[in-house]
Design a protein around this ligand. Sequence first.
Ligand SMILES: [Fe+2]
Length: 445
Amino acid sequence: MFRRPPRPLLPFLASLALASTASTALAAPPSFVIHPYLQHLSPAEVTVRFELATDAPASVEVRSGDTPASRIESPASRFHSVTLRGLQPATSYSYSVRSGDLSSDAATFTTSHHEPDRPFSFVLYGDSRSGSTPHGAVARAIEASASDFLVGTGDVVVTGGDRNAWLEFFAIEQRLLSDRCLFSAIGNHELTFPLKSRGPWIDYFAVDRNDRSTSWFSFRWGNTRFLVLDAMDRWNDSQAEWLRAELTKADTEPGIAHRFVVMHHSPFSSGPHGPNRPFLEAGMVDELVRHKVELVMAGHDHIYERGEARGIKYIISGGAGAPLYAYKRGPGSLAGVSAYHFVDMHVDGDLVTAVARRTDRSVIEEVSFRGTGAWQAPLAAAASASAPAPTASGPVVSAAGPDLPGSRESRCACSLPGSPAPWGPWLTLALPFAPLLRRHRYRRA
Ligand SMILES: [Fe+2]
């Protein structure tokens, strides 16, 4: 009987692999894995970042009005970070990205400015991780707010080392981030298992992607100095020194009327996570008081809360997608609600206005303050327990209130300063490995 000779296996597999590679190369047109988004917007510069499906060169074309476009080339790579320099302050530009036959949708941005008398707006939101549906609803609602930029309170993704979580985040916020720069604080979930490093966060958001050590920064817009902190710190080393120096510098910075702090875990919060104890115990709140910081904006607790403590006003905005927590009024708290939301912020001279909105853009409350003065009575009708907003999300609670429908205690397994660790048994098992951990920071899941 005729018997077919055995076919050599390795050449056969190699030919299959080559055929597969060739067909993939032929079949896969160039595409964006992460569409172009803006970072580090300043009066003179902006960085455009994007990721392609394959290594390829790319270019960014930018123009203002009818002026000829400038083109900046970027060498072959999957991830591109292209800084556009020599821009004019408070000027609108259009830009697009090209790579071979691939071209991004046209997008625009407006550079920042340092003009003390020029009003500006930004949107505050955070804790988008875990919930793609509510996150999408928040993102779509923010798109309808005309703001100059975005401020994030952290926990962008549920697991910092999970690439798919990042891709989902960028897919949901693609339109938003193509036109507006997101200045985001790092959250504890950016540092969670299996990759307890700032790596991906640094790649996507840091000024210098080669500098793996820093995750805090400051920027100025108009008459306001923003200090964006890494809240997951013990406050006994470089960041504490940096913050003291920045605050001292801002004391005498010409044209500065406001100093705002952005951090993931606030020293003031009525949510289940409570206050950031390392920050408090290191005396950092004393520094904020001493240097006349007016407002701390944070997330971590998945609620909207507004309050004032030690003369510093604060907002907790952690309702951009993660499971909501119950709001129970604590010391210093003036209002709060368990609802997916974001906050429209507007600065005009010494007047600062905050409008907290649900995903249907209905107003939770509208409040304001001037400089170091106290919060002014809510301007909109919704901010009273006696006149609750007629939505399923529940009313704003301006006094001690009940748990609201749909809200619950934290289940995110976060272990934070001053709170008991829910993973105590696992910690016991891990104690023999404790010397391997860096001591000067905490990174909690
Ligand atoms: Fe968090």
